[in-house]
Ligand binder design. Structure first.
Ligand code: SUG
Length: 446
């Protein structure tokens, strides 16, 4: 049996972008999704950009994994909504009679793995196992359909029940959750971590966004903490600042990022910053390093446009920290100059900034941190993960070849109804389950 204090190492599991990646403007409150609605997407480039980030992080000495795409179109969504016929007829009818349904059914939104689940590593939980709470994503109709497939994938990748438990999505009135995008594990050493949950609104409060919807409720955050079996003493809850949500901060990971004992956050991230930060500091025995970015240096609009806070903050093998930023951070003069100052400042452990071109995902409001699910693993847990979902150079090369073979270079909304597209998307996933050694993963293979 593992010992209580085996050190936890963070792995990032990025989802592989799907072959139907497109811009359908499905997420009101997500500025990039609305702005780029109807643009022609580049699925091949999107998938390769994601894979390149995975390789770069693996080469930095970090633990990296990948998760397979969900099958799209989601024919069951079309059927549940009253459309009938074989697959080709369903899609043709949807295109003519209910294009909004076809857009939902073909979205590659599962690619933002941060929204797949919330995770608590083994040393943090009451039964000493690693727990996953699949997110219900109930607020956005196109994302509500992800949970069953996410659960199935996680059960295959993290299947050793003596060490790991994958829980289905929570259900109930007012329980809307968005997974790890609203959750941060902070820790000041090898002991149990503090789990910081940020919610957008609560049923019994007047205080909330006016323009856009708050996707996650306090009740949902509490329910997720229960599912994960995190002791009460190690939970902290805070409300997001409503002004941030109304400026396009639809998840906390668009306005704050934490790692170890460091929390980088915008001054308008939380409704009650003083109380929240004092509470976190107390839980971390006075060792919280809080880096507050003032609005006068980086305004909310620049924060949202650049996705500065959607950078991944990672601990490198030498113990220093690095920020994994989207290229848009260097396109913004105030953000770029802030980053230079941040790295130069010895008062924090962040010593490097690595910039990635993730434009295809960014144009739908998904930055580096959205694309990955953080999973804290003890050494024995690493051995128990489905091996073909952990990075190796050889399998990376096969994945690149696979993307180049199957993914369209460009995709316009009008092409989503073309049956040859979805037949090829299905064949692509069938081939992928060979590469990832996950036979029978998808319903269509059964
Ligand atoms: O839920 N975009 C996603 C982006 C998710 C980003 N994730 C994190 N912040 N962790 C969303 O809004 C857009 C799809 C479209 O418009 O075609 C979309 O679903």
């Amino acid at each position: 049996m593992p010992t209580a204090h085996e050190p936890v190492r963070e792995a990032n599991f990025d989802s592989i972008v799907g072959p139907t990646h497109n811009y359908a403007g499905l997420s009101p409150g997500n500025v990039a999704s609305s702005t780029n609605s109807g643009e022609v997407s580049r699925p091949r480039e999107a998938a390769l950009q994601g894979l390149a980030k995975m390789r770069a992080l693996a080469e930095m000495g970090l633990l990296q994994g990948w998760l397979p795409p969900h099958p799209r179109p989601a024919f069951e969504l079309l059927r549940e909504n009253g459309l009938e016929g074989d697959d080709a007829t369903l899609v043709t009818r949807a295109a003519a009679e209910a294009p909004h349904l076809l857009a939902r059914a073909t979205s590659s939104s599962f690619m933002w793995a941060a929204n797949a689940a919330t995770v608590a590593p083994a040393p943090d939980t009451e039964d000493g196992r690693l727990h996953f709470a699949v997110a219900n994503l109930h607020t956005m109709p196109h994302r509500r359909i992800e949970a069953p497939t996410t659960e199935r994938i996680l059960r295959r990748v993290f299947s050793d029940e003596s060490r790991m438990a994958v829980h289905g999505a929570i259900h109930g009135p007012g329980l809307t959750d968005e997974g790890a995008a609203n959750h941060t594990r902070l820790a000041s050493g090898d002991g149990p971590g503090t789990h910081f949950f940020v919610y957008g609104g609560r049923a019994d409060s007047e205080v909330g966004p006016r323009r856009y919807v708050a996707r996650q409720t306090l009740a949902a955050s509490r329910a997720v903490a229960d599912v994960l079996r995190i002791p009460e003493a190690n939970r902290v809850f805070a409300q997001q600042h409503p002004d941030a949500i109304d400026a396009g901060v639809f998840h906390n990971d668009v306005i704050a990022v934490g790692n170890g004992n460091v929390l980088l956050h915008h001054e308008l991230a939380f409704l009650e910053p003083d109380r929240t930060l004092a509470e976190l500091d107390r839980r971390l025995d006075g060792r919280l390093i809080s880096i507050r970015v003032p609005a006068e240096r980086v305004g909310l609009e620049d924060a949202v446009r650049s996705y500065l806070f959607n950078s991944q903050l990672v601990t490198l093998p030498n113990g220093s920290m690095a920020l994994i930023c989207p290229g848009e951070c260097r396109d913004s003069a105030p953000v770029s100059s802030y980053l230079d100052d941040l790295v130069a400042d010895d008062a924090n452990p962040i010593t490097a900034v690595h910039v990635f071109d993730l434009r295809q995902s960014m144009r739908n409001g998904g930055g580096p941190a959205c694309l990955r699910l953080r999973v804290g693993l003890r050494p024995g847990d690493v051995d128990a993960v489905h091996h073909a979902c952990l990075y190796t150079e050889a399998r990376y090369d096969r994945l690149v070849e696979w993307v180049e073979k199957w993914y369209p270079e460009e995709l316009a909304a009008s092409e989503l109804a073309d049956p040859s597209r979805f037949v090829s998307a299905r064949d692509a996933l069938d081939a992928l389950t060979g590469i990832l050694e996950l036979p029978g993963l998808y319903d269509f293979q059964r």
